[in-house]
Design a protein around this ligand. Structure first.
Ligand code: COA
Length: 152
């Protein structure tokens, strides 16, 4: 598997980005402002993606990370997350943040297993920003759980 930055002349893998974020509008916004990285398998197929965005001084946010459904659970997400951490550290950021829904139990496990710690809750983030009600694991997704990793 090879991880590389998406080139200006390439289309972003929308099907993958939509696995992590149902809003095409917000995806378009952070693709414009952030850096998109893709993972390709040996056959050259794009199987995973992440987007890194500079938010505040010394802070970057991983605004999207997704692995195609057939390849999930094989350690690829963790490899991507470690790649994002390394790149953010190399670029001089001191903190890497991620946010996920209160109903995203698997994602909360994934980030914490990779060293992130819960630092805050943005109450009613999803009810404010998404028109449709989101349910996952039988839980109403209302709040954004923010997790942080110190890079120093
Ligand atoms: N429940 C519990 N643990 C989970 C998990 C789940 N649903 N998904 C991953 N993990 C754990 C694994 O057990 C593994 O733990 P280990 O280090 O102890 O072995 C670790 O997280 C890494 O798992 P990995 O196989 O690398 O995860 P992945 O390749 O499936 O990628 C996602 C994880 C979340 C990126 C992937 O499932 C995905 O693309 N989901 C859809 C998009 C999405 O929700 N993105 C995040 C938006 S916030």
């Amino acid at each position: 598997m090879k991880i590389r930055q998406l080139r200006q002349d390439e289309n972003p893998p929308m099907d993958l980005l939509l696995l992590a974020d149902p809003s095409r509008e917000s995806i378009a916004d952070y693709l414009e402002r952030g850096e998109c990285y893709i993972a390709e398998n040996e056959a050259g197929k794009v199987i995973a993606v992440y987007v890194l965005l500079s938010t505040r001084p010394q802070t970057a946010e991983l605004v999207n990370i997704a692995v195609c459904e057939e390849e999930q659970g094989k350690g690829i997400g963790k490899k991507l997350l470690l790649d994002a951490i390394q790149r953010a550290r190399f670029k001089g950021y001191k903190t890497l943040e991620v946010g996920t829904g209160n109903s995203s139990i698997g994602q909360l496990a994934f980030y914490q297993k990779c060293g992130f710690r819960i630092t805050s809750i943005d109450y009613d983030f999803f009810t404010r920003h998404y028109e449709e009600k989101i349910y996952e694991n039988g839980i109403w997704c209302r709040d954004m759980i923010r997790l942080t990793l110190d890079l120093v």
